[in-house]
Ligand binder design. Structure first.
Ligand code: ZN
Ligand code: ZN
Length: 261
């Protein structure tokens, strides 16, 4: 059996709703200091204010392309240009339907031709639900979400630590996620609708309540459930509601909080 000394580290920068509170951000987090999940509104500030060098990022992983999850992508690309890091060194993973278009538009927004910036070509890794991506240090498996745009629910295997965790991105209650995340030490599941179960007939924006997230976590027998994507006011009620359904530990991460699994 292979022995692992390494740990897997997840640091949260934001857990708020689509329009964050002052000083907060919509859901973004950093895996092992070098893989960033979604950019939120303020990616550069979030990284630098917590001692992370944006130039050290190896991968950007997008759950889906709603604005609150990619709004500050142009800031990140501009930072790279100003600091002289070639964009080809950044790899961007995301839902195949929108990845090329959104990155192209972020680069167009920077008006690259006027300033003579050549080679603005990050490496794009589009995935459709069900596809996997694997490299030396990690493996990502994906499944579909239930959301108005194409999304990916990711299962992240850290090959160095042997640990596995999953994150849903935005989604309504979606049973295929149960099998996909089974065995995860940690499940990060949105609960934007608050401490309730969503009414499927009145869920136009296709989000989950804490009861929906907890039902997924309980069925999948994950180790721990982390809830996010709402204001500070709904955090504790969501945790309490989820605990009625899920027998494991439930938390709502604080900004800047790091989880070691
Ligand atoms: Zn969102
Ligand atoms: Zn969304």
């Amino acid at each position: 059996m292979m022995m692992h000394d390494e740990q897997t580290k997840i640091t949260f920068f934001g857990t708020s709703g689509a329009v964050p509170e002052v000083g907060g951000d919509s859901p973004t987090f950093l895996i092992n200091d070098k893989y960033l999940v979604d950019t939120g509104w303020s990616v550069i500030d979030n990284l630098r204010s917590r001692g992370h060098d944006p130039l050290q990022l190896e991968y950007l992983i997008f759950t889906h392309f709603h604005h609150d999850h990619y709004m500050s992508l142009p800031s990140l690309l501009f930072y790279y240009l100003m600091r002289g890091r070639p964009l080809e060194e950044l790899k961007i993973i995301g839902p195949a339907e929108d990845l090329h278009l959104i990155v192209r538009r972020a680069i167009d927004f920077l008006h690259a031709e006027r300033y003579g910036w050549a080679n603005l070509s990050p490496v794009l890794i589009p995935l459709t639900p069900g596809e996997a991506y694997e490299e030396e240090n990690f493996r990502l498996d994906t499944c579909s979400t239930a959301h108005p745009v194409q999304g990916l629910c990711y299962r992240f295997l850290d090959k160095k630590s042997g640990r596995m965790f999953s994150f849903t991105g935005d989604t309504a209650f979606h049973p295929p996620i149960i099998e996909h995340v089974r065995g995860s030490a940690l499940l990060i599941h949105e609960s934007a609708l608050g401490p309730i179960a969503a009414n499927p007939d009145k869920n136009d924006y296709m989000h989950s309540g804490a009861i929906d997230a907890a039902a997924i976590a309980e069925e999948a027998k994950v180790g721990k459930l982390l809830l996010l994507h709402g204001s500070a006011q709904i955090a504790e009620p969501c945790v309490q509601a989820a605990k009625q359904i899920f027998s494991g530990e439930v938390q709502w991460p604080k900004d800047g909080q790091t989880y070691i699994i």
